[in-house]
Design a protein around this ligand. Structure first.
Ligand code: GBH
Length: 476
């Protein structure tokens, strides 16, 4: 069992989850700053205002990565540091650009390949106020393209670009359940605005077109001289039919993948939405104009895969609700036969199941014609980790085992199944701001002591990664 010789691995983070320095050097507010300020939205009432303070600790974070043996680092850029209000006619903030230029230079000097995400959910709030942000079909893609161009021009040394991180989450959690910024939902006890049945599909559509525009700009005006690759990162959980004897459960499991993954990947690879979504959503799902389709189809140089968990899928016989976003089915942790998908973690949605990773790598590879895959996130929280004393937190055997199982499952997909997977970024380098869960849930291979100057302590899992990859990556 092995991985290709040039396989790269490391860790991932996102700007709002680690940077802090929310009002420094000209940064404008993002929709997450605004969301966190609303009472009751974040479990511990916190925000990313300080987080891991990584904005001030780039040297420390790079030294940490190097000490762990990482050869790659995925981070995201805060749009509102680059263009504080966000739009194509708004001022650009040179201090924000300088920060990331220095950071990329320092990573490269340490021998670490940067993977840069342009959008990890933190839309400049100015654009939400100005025209409804992701919901604006005309303005949003143009403003995203402009922002992307500014960043491409500033960072010619970056060779791996990710346009959007998990557009599913921005669309569904931002505009259906309202759990994430900007918190829209039809549930009027949670939000005065929102239409869970329509807005998520509009937001998703506009992110696809924005992605297509940024990719076209990169390929035409930057790639010829910079020579990098660009793609979108999609989340997706593995699926198994609740009753493997029931054709309706088998069909529902496939439909779940289409609603989560193919919603974005089918337009990118095939230029159209999956038939199952068109059938269920009807005219609530936007249709591509010819110009939009041309922008989106063929727009991935690689497939960015975020993956964490698996579910048993059980079909429903009742008609789909208007706010359904999974494909009219149930996602369960136990099968009909009483098997459990995996042990509990601190995250209600996450149950480790490494075989699911191998199976989903195969499903993606097959459906989309063997694309090059970079695993841009994979990792786990641990039940009650936050309540343990430091010495025990640092002995995170549960996470060590998770990474061991998942990385080996990936190596099997690579070696035995011929899946073209070329890189792996563990989530996350640091414990950080876990969105609506605040700081109570920890995903880091490094413990961050938020009470004591954000001091970092590598956990056992941080040190387990290098020997694991060294044992799997071919030497010659
Ligand atoms: C990633 O998303 C994020 O990219 C990262 O920022 C985050 O810190 C990390 O995971 C850990 O959470 O509300 O029932 O529909 C993870 C994938 C997909 C997990 C959507 C939550 C929603 C479950 N996410 N899922 S539900």
């Amino acid at each position: 069992m092995s991985l290709p010789q040039d396989f790269i691995w490391g860790f991932a983070t996102a700007a709002y989850q680690i940077e802090g320095a929310a009002t420094e050097d000209g940064r404008g507010p993002s929709i997450w700053d605004v969301h966190c300020a609303k009472p009751g939205k974040i479990a511990d009432g916190s925000s990313g205002a300080v987080a891991c303070d990584s904005y001030h600790r780039t040297a420390e974070d790079i030294a940490l990565l190097k000490s762990l043996g990482a050869t790659a680092y995925r981070f995201s850029i805060s749009w509102s540091r680059i263009i504080p209000v966000g739009g194509r006619n708004d001022p650009v903030n040179q201090a924000g650009i300088d920060h990331y230029v220095r950071f990329v230079d320092d990573l490269l000097a340490a021998g670490i390949t940067p993977f840069v995400t342009l959008f990890h959910w933190d839309l400049p709030n100015g654009l939400d106020e100005r025209y409804g942000g992701l919901l604006n079909r005309e303005e949003f893609p143009l403003d995203f393209e402009n922002y992307a161009r500014v960043v491409f021009a500033a960072l010619p040394k970056v060779k791996h670009w990710i346009t959007f991180n998990e557009p599913f989450c921005s669309a569904i959690l931002g505009y259906n359940t309202g759990l994430f910024a900007p918190g829209h939902t039809s549930d009027r006890t949670k939000s005065p605005v929102g239409d869970s049945s329509r807005e998520p599909w509009i937001a998703g559509h506009n992110m696809l077109v924005a992605h297509g525009r940024a990719v076209k700009a990169y390929r035409e005006d930057f790639k010829p001289t910079h020579g990098g690759v660009i793609g979108i990162t999609l989340n997706g959980d593995a699926v198994y039919p609740w009753d493997p004897q029931d054709p309706k459960d088998i069909e529902a499991a496939e439909r779940k993948l289409e609603f989560a993954i193919s919603w974005f990947a089918d337009p990118v690879y095939f230029g159209k939405y999956p038939a199952s979504m068109v059938a269920q959503l009807g005219d609530r799902l936007p249709t591509f104009t010819e110009e939009e389709r041309a922008l989106v189809q063929g727009s991935n140089d690689f497939y960015g895969m975020n993956h964490y968990t698996a579910n048993y899928i059980r079909h429903k016989d009742t008609p789909a609700e208007d706010d359904d976003f999974v494909g009219n089915l149930e996602c369960l942790f136990d099968s009909k036969a009483g098997e459990c998908i995996g042990p509990e973690t601190q995250s209600f949605w996450l149950r480790p199941n490494p075989q699911g990773f191998r199976d989903l790598l195969n499903w993606i590879s097959k459906r989309y014609g063997k694309p090059t895959i970079y695993v841009t996130e994979n990792g786990t929280s641990i039940k009650s980790e936050n309540d343990l004393p430091l010495e025990q937190i640092l002995e995170d055997d549960f996470r060590v085992k998770y990474f061991d199982g998942y990385v080996r499952a990936m190596a099997e997909a690579s070696e035995k199944d011929g899946v073209d997977v070329r890189g792996y970024l563990g989530w996350s380098l640091l414990d950080n701001f876990e969105w609506a869960e605040g700081y109570e849930t920890r995903f880091g291979v490094t413990y961050v002591d938020y009470e004591n100057d954000q001091k970092r302590y590598p956990k056992k899992s941080a040190r387990a990664m290098q020997p694991l990859f060294e044992s799997l990556i071919k030497k010659t």
